[in-house]
Design a protein around this ligand. Structure first.
Ligand code: MG
Length: 199
């Protein structure tokens, strides 16, 4: 049994780190609800010089190093492991630029995992590794997984965020955070186990 989890905005609060940077260095404040999609540099009110600096700090790994885990990230991974799941982290972060930084960060924050996949097409990993549930904040990613792989045994979960509000799919569960997704995955496992034992 394997659970796939995205990294940024599921386990890692990258956006909060960027918000803090902008506030402290440029006295610039924005809220998540100001974002129409996940590309911060497209915020219309962000001056281009600051936007350039944000992009630089994304690609030089500063934000990836300084970000903190999202609330309940460690607890959720431990709970999934205790329930018998293996953890595959599946991220769009670029392998060449971010693998060492990402491994170090996961280690530093006690986020234990079995595999770290750094890929463009997440649905390929889901299929290849027979992953049983997936948690992401990008609705397009989850929809593509659904189209390629179906519902997954223990479900597809989308963390609520302004950049995915306008999308909907009856096969994707909306959840407030990774701990709610974790509880649902474990309930689905127990539900299936009960059905198995009853049949
Ligand atoms: Mg993400």
């Amino acid at each position: 049994m394997i659970v796939g989890l995205d990294l940024d905005e599921v386990l890692c609060g990258l956006l909060s780190c960027i918000q803090k940077f902008l506030l402290e260095n440029h006295d610039f404040h924005f809220m998540e609800s100001d974002l129409v999609d996940y590309h911060l540099e497209r915020l219309p009110c962000l001056p281009s010089s600051i936007s350039k600096e944000v992009v630089e700090n994304i690609y030089n790994g500063r934000f990836a190093r300084e970000a903190l885990p999202t609330p309940y990230a460690e607890h959720s991974l431990n709970k999934l492991r205790m329930a018998g799941f293996k953890i595959h982290i599946i991220t769009h972060r670029h392998e060449y630029l971010f693998r060492p930084i990402t491994e170090e960060w996961l280690d530093k924050h006690n986020l234990y995992y079995d595999e770290l996949h750094m890929v463009y097409n997440k649905h390929d990993v889901i299929e290849k590794c027979n992953i049983d549930a997936m948690v992401d904040d990008r609705f397009d990613v989850l929809s593509t997984i659904y189209r390629s792989c179906g519902e997954l045994k223990y479900g597809l979960y989308c963390i609520d965020a302004p950049w995915n509000y306008r999308f909907n799919n009856m096969f994707v569960w909306r959840v407030a955070d990774v701990s709610v997704a974790t509880n649902r995955i474990i309930s689905a496992l127990r539900g299936n186990a009960n059905e198995d034992s009853m049949s």
